[in-house]
Write a protein that binds this ligand. Structure first.
Ligand SMILES: [Zn+2]
Length: 63
């Protein structure tokens, strides 16, 4: 059984539960993070998720 706290967390996803860490000094990482934060704050959680996926892919390919 999960408590009420877990249910609230499921309804209101927090940024970033599984976002990759931005690489310091990388403008692309910073941009993805900023866009994901903006989307999350705007309630566009699917866009925020997409941006986290893009950011993770960028990290794999560029770093
Ligand atoms: Zn980067």
């Amino acid at each position: 059984m999960s408590g009420p706290g877990r249910q609230v967390a499921a309804i209101l996803p927090q940024f970033p539960p599984s976002a990759p860490e931005p690489v310091p000094g990388c403008t692309d990482c910073a941009r993805y993070l900023e866009l994901a934060k903006s989307a999350n704050q705007g309630g566009d959680f699917s866009a925020a998720t997409d941006l986290r996926v893009l950011m993770a892919r960028h990290r794999r390919e560029a770093h």
